[in-house]
Design a protein around this ligand. Structure first.
Ligand SMILES: Cc1cc2nc3c(=O)[nH]c(=O)nc-3n(C[C@H](O)[C@H](O)[C@H](O)COP(=O)(O)OP(=O)(O)OC[C@H]3O[C@@H](n4cnc5c(N)ncnc54)[C@H](O)[C@@H]3O)c2cc1C
Length: 410
């Protein structure tokens, strides 16, 4: 069982998640430590994101691929990759659920916010078949969720299952690049896991964890809130859950608050590991809502300590909700409802950890027994071996190099 240990190194307090293996304590890197580690080590040579990660990292990558003629199909969910029944090292089929019908052959995902091509948090409903998009909106469907109730809603409305495409090796594809997370393996390629000792080994040693986050915008500036130090705040290990806090005021310039009539003066991001003891099967569709409620509760709890960092955020001994930027102009604690919180619980969203002695169990991109499939992402062995975009990009480059090498050999 995992336990938390509090350690002090000089003045810095560090939490380690520890498990017992063969009666020896084995520390796991605990996510806030990892997150702050990047910032602390990267600060001298890294530039903080000037807008959201989707807009600064993923949108440009998407645009580049599009420019190079890569054909990208959105709303296609891989649900099973299977092996050839006789040749157990060859991929045979990939089954893909087509989640929605788009109204144009090429779905363009980006929106423009203050001249910056940005990745929206919801699909562009106007580019989806109108019957389907109305249903999606009416039932607040999250197509990315592992626990999505869309298959059931679709079947009840249209009287049939969502369409499934079956791609066959040799006919529809030659080479597969598997870019989903290590935690997705059991849900998308159970047969491969059973057949490959190396893949199973990577899956059991490269651990993942759920995370939680919330963001608040305030009409008061950091100075007005009482943060009177020279540097922007970046805290870690601050009072229990959601213990990593970073001021992200530099992104405000790229947010559009025209309908509010004035710009917020401060935006704060909080994040940490989320303890989830049991991930239920996909038919338990209320699980994401339950987790979201827990994160909201934790966030509200966190703000009761806000006086530690923002002494002026309290009035008469209580957190002053009026300072929260709220487009709906609600009263009291309800102003929190227009802030942002999130439970990252989907298999593909889980944070890839780097427990001690786990790197040797990672696989290289073509390091399994299978031919014609390359694994990629921040969980494979790249030399970086940690959950970060640089790890994912390096993995992508190594995958490309391995495919080119294989092609040249032929
Ligand atoms: C809370 C949090 C904060 C982070 N902050 C930072 C940070 O500040 N800096 C940093 O460098 N890194 C950060 N990371 C880590 C970073 O996000 C990951 O390392 C990176 O996204 C991994 O990229 P990837 O391509 O390996 O996997 P992913 O980004 O997970 O990509 C996998 C893709 O597969 C898709 N997918 C999943 N299932 C299916 C399916 N069944 N069918 C089809 N497609 C599917 C997903 O939609 C997704 O697009 C953070 C991670 C978390 C959880």
């Amino acid at each position: 069982m995992a336990i938390l240990e509090q350690h002090k190194i000089g003045k810095v307090s560090i939490q380690l998640q520890v498990t017992k293996q063969n009666n020896k304590k084995v520390p796991f890197v605990y996510i806030p430590v990892t997150l702050s580690f990047w910032i602390l080590t990267c600060k001298p040579f890294a530039i903080p994101f000037q807008a959201g990660m989707g807009d600064t990292v993923f949108a440009p990558m998407y645009q580049l691929l599009q420019k190079r003629g890569v054909h990208i199909q959105f709303f296609h969910q891989v649900n099973n990759i299977t092996l050839h029944p006789k040749r157990q090292t060859e991929i045979e089929f990939i089954n893909i659920v087509k989640q929605v019908e788009t109204s144009e052959p090429e779905y363009m995902p980006l929106i423009t916010v203050k001249n910056l091509p940005s990745w929206p948090s919801k699909p562009k409903y106007n580019l989806i078949d109108s019957d389907q998009s109305n249903l999606l909106k009416e039932h607040l469907v999250n197509l990315e969720s592992f626990w999505s109730n869309w298959p059931e809603i679709y079947k009840n409305h249209f009287g049939k299952d969502l369409p499934v495409l079956q791609l066959q090796r040799g006919r529809d594809f030659d080479t597969v690049v598997y870019g989903m997370s290590v935690a997705s393996l059991p849900h998308t390629c159970g047969e491969l896991l059973l057949a490959s000792h190396k893949l199973r080994n990577a899956h059991s040693h490269v651990k993942t964890c759920a995370t939680q986050a919330f963001q608040i915008w305030t009409d008061m500036s950091l100075n007005e809130l009482g943060w009177n130090r020279h540097s922007f705040p970046f805290l870690d290990g601050w009072r229990g859950s959601l213990d990593a806090y970073a001021s992200m005021n530099q992104v405000l310039e790229f947010e559009d608050w025209a309908s509010y009539g004035k710009d917020p003066q401060n935006v704060a991001y909080f994040c940490s590991q989320l303890n989830v003891t049991n991930f239920p099967p996909e038919n338990i569709t209320n699980f994401p809502q339950e987790m979201s409620n827990i994160v909201k509760h934790n966030a509200l709890q966190k703000l009761t300590y806000a006086r530690d960092i923002w002494p002026n955020s309290f009035e008469n001994g209580h957190y002053n909700w009026t300072m929260l930027t709220d487009l709906d102009e609600l009263v009291g604690m309800r102003r929190f409802d227009s802030q942002y919180w999130r439970a990252n619980i989907d298999p593909s969203e889980l944070y890839v950890q780097s427990p001690v002695n786990s790197s040797i169990h990672r696989i290289t991109t073509n390091g399994t027994e299978f031919t014609g499939i390359y694994f990629t992402g921040d969980w494979i062995k790249t030399g970086i071996n940690m959950g970060c975009v640089e790890g994912a990009v390096t993995a992508g480059m190594q995958t490309a190099a391995a495919i080119i090498q294989q092609h040249d050999r032929k």
